[in-house]
Design a protein around this ligand. Structure first.
Ligand code: FAD
Length: 407
């Protein structure tokens, strides 16, 4: 008889794990609390589905910071090329965008997820939706679904319940209270926006307007890209890329200053020359628009930074480095991803919980973080597959589960 394995959570990590387990000869049940699987993956598809990144392997792995040594073997076993090949095998060819980011040609997640679910069904994977994992019993996992509470008797379980952001898509982080003594690092927002001490006018008039092609400076790091003004502060790709450092600086100092270069392609002297060429009789907004094509929201940002400096040289210097003080991350639920989760030290190299033989974990549940750019999904796929391999090896070795039950 095939060994029964429960995979809790039908996101990319859980489904990647289920695929490996089914191909390895297990009877796999995916337990998903939402009415359908892959809701966050589908949301990622709304912005093109950045599956992974094409940069060299060493640079790629370094994006995981402190977690890089732990994740390296898993990402090497299922790297960016492997992920592309896998997507192409499901009928979704990929391309490398100008920034090195890898996307499916369709720029969507829905065809990929549909083809994936057909493949999983053909491998015998069953999916129980609207069913929530609530803990362990001596013989398996406790679930609650439309038919009421039940225990699934399984040889092993893989936890892949995601982080704790965008809870309306399923990842509510409630699992963190149900793991008994397993070390869980508190969640913190990653790839998130921040609050700024805007005037009422700034938030009310310019929320939703982009600062296009700017350069953000913080603590010696520079990131080029777009930032979005929100009612309460700043968000967007360039902000997310610096968010771990900004978040940690706020936790340490109570505030973090970023400097925004509104015209990163122009030297400060060129900015001053262009300003000097426009007649001084013009209003300041007109001068900034005519000389530098600064949008109204960029001009407003300059004004937020205090009285306008006198003279073109000083004004040019302000345009090249507008100070913005950030005071707090936006809420965890609005973050693209989270830091924190099951402490890596609580897992062995197979992704099995040291305290609970037979229980494995994968995906955003684990305590790693990475910038946007495809690194999040890559690590979810790689750890999901690694957990699947871990279960297969453990079953081959005749492992017997010891589920951590509530006292
Ligand atoms: C707006 C947005 C855009 C994004 N874009 C990208 C991108 O382009 N590229 C990229 O790399 N990453 C992107 N991400 C991040 C990426 O989607 C996530 O990192 C990834 O989906 C996490 O995968 P996971 O399988 O670990 O968790 P999830 O995808 O969150 O899946 C976890 C699943 O577990 C289920 N679950 C939770 N608790 C229980 C329970 N008790 N019982 C049963 N089921 C449970 C949830 O309902 C959920 O379906 C984006 C995220 C957001 C919010």
């Amino acid at each position: 008889m095939k060994p029964a394995v429960a995979v809790i959570g039908g996101g990319p990590a859980g489904l990647a794990c289920a695929e490996v387990l089914a191909l390895g000869g297990c009877a796999v049940m995916v337990v998903e609390q939402m009415p359908s699987v892959g809701r966050k993956l589908l949301m990622a598809g709304r912005s093109g589905l950045n599956l992974t990144h094409a940069e060299p392997r060493a640079d790629f792995v370094a994006r995981y910071g402190a977690a890089a040594p732990f994740l390296r073997p898993m990402i090497e076993a299922f790297d960016a090329d492997a992920l592309r090949g896998w997507a192409e095998g499901l009928g979704e060819p990929c391309f490398v965008g100008t920034s090195g980011r890898v996307f499916p040609v369709s720029m969507k997640a829905s065809p990929l997820l549909r083809a994936w679910m057909v493949r999983l069904a053909s491998l015998g994977v069953s999916v129980r939706t609207r069913t929530r994992w609530v803990g362990f019993a001596p013989e398996g996992v406790r679930i609650e679904g439309p038919q009421g509470p039940a225990v699934l008797p399984v040889r092993a379980a893989v936890l892949a319940m995601g982080g704790a952001s965008w809870s309306r898509l399923g990842a509510d982080g409630l699992w963190a209270t149900r793991l008994g003594d397993v070390a869980v690092t508190p969640f913190a927002p990653a790839n998130c926006g921040f609050r700024a001490a805007w005037s009422d006018m700034m938030g009310a008039r310019f929320a939703g307007q982009p600062l296009k092609s700017v350069a953000l400076h913080h603590a010696g790091q520079v990131v080029r890209g777009d930032a979005m003004i929100t009612a309460t502060g700043l968000e967007g790709g360039a902000v997310y890329a610096l968010s771990a450092a900004i978040r940690d600086a706020i936790a340490r100092d109570g505030r973090a200053e970023v400097r925004i270069d509104l015209r990163p392609d122009l030297d400060v002297r060129v900015v001053a020359e262009r300003l000097a060429r426009v007649r001084a009789r013009e209003s300041l907004s007109n001068r900034l628009r005519k000389a530098l094509r600064l949008a109204p929201c960029a001009v407003a940002l300059l004004r937020e930074a205090g009285p306008m400096p006198e003279g073109t040289a000083a004004l040019a210097a302000r345009i090249k480095a507008v100070p913005v003080v950030l005071t707090a991350p936006e809420s965890l639920d609005r973050a693209i991803s989270v830091a924190g989760g099951i402490a890596l030290g609580a897992l062995d190299a197979r992704l099995m919980l040291r305290q609970a033989p037979g229980v494995f974990a994968a995906g955003e549940m684990l305590d790693w973080e990475a910038p946007t750019g495809g690194y999040l999904l890559q690590a979810c796929f790689a750890t999901g597959r690694a957990a699947g391999q871990g279960v297969l090896g453990w079953l081959r070795d005749g492992g017997s589960a010891l589920y951590p039950c509530a006292p």
